[in-house]
Design a protein around this ligand. Structure first.
Ligand code: SF4
Ligand code: SF4
Length: 434
C-alpha cells in the first residue's frame, strides 16, 4: 500500500530514530518548527494514533519504532536544485472522480456540486477505459465523490474497475447502503469507507438533511461494515445546533466500530451557504472539550476535531504566520478531478464551469496533466491578477509555488484571480470562511 505523508509528519517520524519518548521528540520538533509545545504534543499524539498497527511503543525495547520503520532523514531532506520551479509531480498520483452530480439528500450546508438530472454520466465500458488510462498514467489513489457516489446503481462495478487495476479507492457517502451492498464492497476488496453523519437526534437530522432516522441508520451501518472487515471513518459537520449532540453521537459511532471519528466545523459552501451555520469561538472551545473527553475515554479510536480559528478571528501577526505556513495546494501538483462526463478539472471544490482542462474521451489523462491549460492554473501569470494585491506582491513567485487557494478566492470574490482571502496582504473587508 502507498501512503502519502506531509513533510511535517515525515520530519516527526524521522526523529524517532532510536527508542525515545514523545516528549523528547516534541522538544526537537518545537525547536525545528517554532510550534507551541502543547500543539506539538497534540500533533504527535494524532500522528501515533494515525499510525497504530504500523508503529509500536517507543518504550518497547523488544520491537522499537526504528526497527519497524527506519526512516533516514537524509533520504527526503534535500535542497531544491532549481528553486524557481514549483514542486509538481511528473504524473498525477491521485485524482477525485465525481461519478455523478446526483444525491438523495438535501443538506442545508451542501458542499457538493449537485444536479438533479440532465447531466451526462459515463457508462461502465467508458469508466473501464478511464480506469485503464488512470492506471497507465501512474495514479495510485483515488477519491470517489459526487453528489453522492452511491446514487449510482452500478457503483460497485465502478469501484471494482479501479481496485482491480491496483488503484487505492477511498469513498464517502451519506447513503444507507444495506447488507448486500456492504457485502459486495467487502468481496471486491474495499477496505475502508467514510460515512457522513450529523446527529442521532431525529429532529436535527430531519432539519439538516431531510431524513429523520439517518443517524441511527448510519450507526447500524457502521456495525455491519465493521463486521465485514471494512474500516469505517465517520465525519460530522459541526454547526451551532449539533454540538450538544457530539458526546452521544461519538459514543454511538465508536461503540458501533468506527475507528476514526472526525468532527469538522461548518465552512462556507459555494452551493448552499448560511452564516448561521458557522460556529463561534465559544462553541469551538466546547467542541474541543467534548472531543478531548471522548478521546481520553476511547484511546483505541481516533477522535479528531477539525475546527481552527477562522482567519477573521486572528491578529495581523497570527494571520501572516498562518498564511505563510499554510498547507500546499495539491490541485494540479499531485492530483486532478474527473467529472461525470469525463471532463477533467483542477480541484474538486471548484465548480466544473470555472475550469475545464479537457475531456478524457479526446485526450489521455497524462496529456491533460501536461497541458498548457493545466500549467496556467498551477502557475497563473501575474497579469491575471492585475488590479489586485497579488499583481504587485514581492512574494508572488513563492506564493505560487505553495499555491493560493483558487476555491477560497472564488468564495470570497467570485473570481479565482484574486488574492487568497486568508492572505495577510488583503486589506479590504475579510470574508469569513469557517
Ligand atoms: S495571495 Fe497574493 S498578495 Fe497574498 S502573498 Fe500571495 S501573491 Fe502575495
Ligand atoms: S484550490 Fe484550494 S481547495 Fe482546491 S486543492 Fe488547492 S488549496 Fe485545496
Amino acid at each position: 500500500m502507498v501512503e502519502y505523508i506531509d513533510p511535517m509528519r515525515a520530519i516527526a517520524l524521522s526523529l524517532y530514530q532510536k527508542p525515545t519518548t514523545d516528549a523528547e521528540v516534541a522538544s526537537q520538533l518545537c525547536f525545528l518548527t517554532d510550534l507551541p509545545a502543547e500543539e506539538t504534543l497534540s500533533f504527535l499524539s494524532t500522528l501515533t494514533s494515525d499510525n497504530k498497527g504500523v508503529l509500536v511503543s517507543p518504550l518497547d525495547q523488544r520491537l522499537s519504532w526504528f526497527k519497524r520503520l527506519p526512516i533516514d532523514p537524509t533520504s527526503f531532506v534535500f535542497q531544491p536544485v532549481t528553486p524557481h520551479i514549483p514542486v509538481r509531480l511528473a504524473n498525477p498520483a491521485s485524482f477525485v472522480y465525481v461519478t455523478t452530480f446526483r444525491c438523495a439528500f438535501n443538506c442545508k450546508y451542501c458542499y457538493a456540486e449537485r444536479r438533479i438530472g440532465g447531466h451526462i454520466e459515463l457508462d461502465l465500458p467508458q469508466i473501464d477505459k478511464i480506469a485503464q488510462d488512470c492506471a497507465e498514467s501512474g495514479c495510485v489513489g483515488m477519491q470517489l465523490s459526487g453528489g453522492d457516489p452511491f446514487a449510482r446503481k452500478d457503483i460497485i462495478e465502478v469501484i471494482d474497475a479501479f481496485l482491480c487495476r491496483g488503484i487505492h479507492v477511498q469513498t464517502s457517502t451519506k447513503s444507507i447502503l444495506g447488507r448486500r451492498v456492504l457485502e459486495r464492497l467487502s468481496e471486491i476488496g474495499l477496505r475502508q469507507i467514510q460515512f457522513s453523519v450529523d446527529s442521532l437526534d431525529g429532529q436535527y437530522s430531519q432539519y439538516m438533511l431531510g431524513f429523520q432516522d439517518h443517524g441511527k441508520a448510519i450507526r447500524d451501518q457502521v456495525e455491519l461494515a465493521s463486521s465485514l472487515g471494512i474500516r469505517v471513518k465517520t465525519v460530522t459537520v459541526l454547526t451551532p445546533y449539533n454540538i450538544g449532540h457530539l458526546p452521544e453521537l461519538g459514543e454511538a459511532m465508536i461503540s458501533a466500530g468506527t475507528g476514526k471519528v472526525i468532527f469538522t466545523s461548518y465552512g462556507r459552501s459555494l452551493y448552499r451557504h448560511s452564516d448561521e451555520l458557522f460556529i463561534s469561538p465559544e462553541e469551538r472551545r466546547r467542541a474541543e472539550h467534548i472531543v478531548k473527553g471522548l478521546q481520553d475515554k476511547h484511546p483505541d479510536a481516533e477522535v479528531r476535531l477539525n475546527a481552527r480559528a477562522d482567519h477573521t478571528e486572528l491578529s495581523d501577526i497570527e494571520r501572516e504566520k498562518a498564511f505563510v505556513s499554510r498547507a500546499r495546494c495539491t490541485a494540479g501538483r499531485e492530483s486532478l478531478v474527473i467529472y461525470p462526463n469525463a471532463d477533467v478539472g483542477f480541484c474538486e471544490s471548484i465548480p466544473l464551469d470555472f475550469f475545464r482542462i479537457g475531456n478524457l474521451a479526446e485526450q489521455s489523462l497524462i496529456s491533460l496533466w501536461q497541458s498548457d491549460t493545466m500549467m496556467e492554473l498551477v502557475q497563473p501569470p501575474r497579469e491575471k491578477y492585475l488590479g489586485t494585491a497579488c499583481f504587485d506582491c514581492a512574494t508572488f513567485d513563492e506564493c505560487t509555488r505553495r499555491g493560493r487557494c483558487l476555491r477560497d478566492s472564488i468564495k470570497a470574490t467570485g473570481t479565482a484571480w484574486a488574492p487568497d482571502p486568508r492572505c495577510h496582504n488583503v486589506r479590504q473587508k475579510r470574508t469569513r470562511l469557517t
